[in-house]
Each structure stands twice: as C-alpha cells, then as structure tokens.
Design a protein around this ligand. Structure first.
Ligand code: HEC
Ligand code: HEC
Length: 206
C-alpha cells in the first residue's frame, strides 16, 4: 500500500490531464481515483495536518465506521483541519463521495463508488468488459494472469466461490490492478467479466 501510494504520487507528479481520462469522461464527472489524485492526495497522500493517510487501514477503519454519507458530509462541509470540499469548490457532491470511497477502498475498505443518477446505467456484458480491458493481461497471461478460458488456471482461484473472487478482483493484488484498472466498473459488471473469462470454452485465437 505504501508502495502503491508512492506510485500514485509519481504518476501525479507527471501531471496527467486528469479530467480527460477514464470513467465518466462523457458526463464530465471524475472518478474517485481521478479526484483523489488531483485534489486530495496533497494531504491524504502524506498525512499532512493529521489527515488519515491513504492505505492506513487503521486510520480509515475508525472513520469509515460512520458510513459513506456521514464521511462525505464531513468532506463537503469540512471538519477541523480538513477544508470544505478538500479545498476544491469545483467538486460535485458525487465526486467527493467517489473520492471518499476510493480512499476507503485503498485502505482496506470494500465500498462501491456512487454512480451518477443522471447517467443511464447501461450495464456492460462480461464479454464487452473483457474485450475492452481484461484481455490486456488475461489473453496472453501477462504477469501470471489466469488466461481466458483456461479452466485449470481459474479453478483454484474460484475455489472459494465467485463472491470471494469478485471481492479479490475489486481490491486487486499482485499484478492485478483494483477492478482490473477500470474504476467505474460495477461489482456486477466485474462479476460478469469473471464468469465470462472462467467459462469461455477455449482461449481466443491470437
Ligand atoms: C489541506 C489538506 C487536505 C486536503 C487537500 C484534503 N483533506 Fe481530507 N482531511 C484533512 C485532515 C487534516 C483531516 C482530518 C480532520 C480531523 O478529523 O481532524 C481530513 C479528513 C478527511 C475525511 C474524514 C472525515 C471524518 O469524518 O472523519 C474525509 C472523508 C476526507 N478528509 C476527505 C477528503 C477528500 C475527498 C479530499 C479531496 C477532495 C480531501 N479530503 C482533501 C486534510 C485534507
Ligand atoms: C494489468 C494486467 C491486468 C489487467 C488489465 C487485468 N488483470 Fe486480472 N489479473 C492480473 C494478474 C497478474 C493476476 C494474477 C494476480 C495474482 O495472482 O496475484 C490477475 C488475477 C485476476 C483474478 C483472480 C483473482 C484471485 O483472487 O485469484 C481475477 C478474478 C481477475 N484477475 C479479473 C480481472 C478482470 C475482470 C479484469 C478486467 C476488468 C482484469 N482482471 C484485468 C492482471 C490483470
């Protein structure tokens, strides 16, 4: 986690134009990750002013026990040394909620990022998700990723049941990024994608 936080900081230092990439580029809403890397990491990356540090499970577990709506309200209004809106008045309440969720999840939590109510929730199929993203590693088995359709590689990973595998993919581990690197992927889309990769009869032709 500490290592991850450093990577995040390094990425931020490269000043990627955050607003243009990822999740909700269409609606102009940023994902939790984008907001945190642009606006919150200054304090929550280092623990400046006593901010709970991203990745500090203990610090976040205590705070997250009050629930997402209360935490988000504090982040919107400010609390003690925490400035209202994290000092960024341009953030929508939804974006702040996502940022809070992202920090909690980077610190051992398992929350679902709130989704836009204005955006029609068109669920992507497992195949669409896999084609759009997961093939990057799961087609060739990059970094030891279980290959699509390789039942013997998937079986041991599925031995705890699909729910446990979904949870593991939400959090990510080793070479597997959290949510396969798609922050806007819903749990149910992730589940379809995993089912697709597991049950597909044969590995796709190169
Ligand atoms: C200028 C530094 C600073 C920035 C920038 C900042 N925070 Fe904070 N944050 C703090 C500090 C300090 C605390 C601890 C406040 C306390 O409990 O005394 C905190 C606490 C929090 C908490 C816990 C609130 C609670 O009820 O325990 C949340 C949630 C939070 N910040 C979210 C955010 C989000 C989201 C952003 C980015 C949009 C952000 N912060 C940006 C300094 C900052
Ligand atoms: C950047 C490469 C990469 C991408 C992209 C990626 N994965 Fe993975 N994935 C891995 C690697 C590597 C592993 C093996 C990690 C390990 O065992 O530590 C893995 C493991 C998994 C596992 C097994 C988890 C477990 O507990 O054993 C699941 C499920 C999974 N990936 C789902 C997905 C889904 C769904 C997507 C697309 C949304 C995706 N992955 C995208 C690299 C990737």
């Amino acid at each position: 986690m500490v290592y991850q936080a450093r990577v995040v900081l390094a990425v931020v230092a490269l000043a990627i134009p955050v607003a243009s990439q990822g999740a909700d580029a269409n609606s102009g809403e940023r994902s939790g990750k984008q907001v945190v890397e642009a606006k919150c990491i200054a304090c929550h990356g280092t623990g400046a002013h006593g901010a709970p540090k991203i990745g500090d499970r203990k610090a976040w577990a205590k705070r997250s026990s009050q629930g997402l709506s209360s935490l988000t309200e504090h982040a919107i209004k400010g609390i003690r040394e925490m400035p209202p809106h994290g000092g960024s008045p341009d953030l929508s309440d939804l974006e702040i909620g996502r940022a809070v969720t992202y920090m909690v999840n980077q610190s051992g939590g398992k929350w679902i990022e709130p989704r836009s109510k204005t955006k029609p929730a068109v669920e992507r199929s497992g195949e669409q998700v896999v084609r759009a993203r997961c093939v990057k590693c799961h087609e060739a088995g990059t970094g030891g990723a279980p290959k699509i359709g390789d039942k013997s590689a998937w079986a041991p990973r599925m031995s705890q049941g699909l729910d446990a595998t979904v949870r593991s993919a939400i959090n990510g581990h080793g070479g597997m990024p959290a949510r396969g690197g798609m922050p806007d992927l819903t749990d149910s889309e992730l589940r379809s994608a995993i089912t697709y990769m597991f049950s597909k009869g044969a590995a796709p032709a190169k």
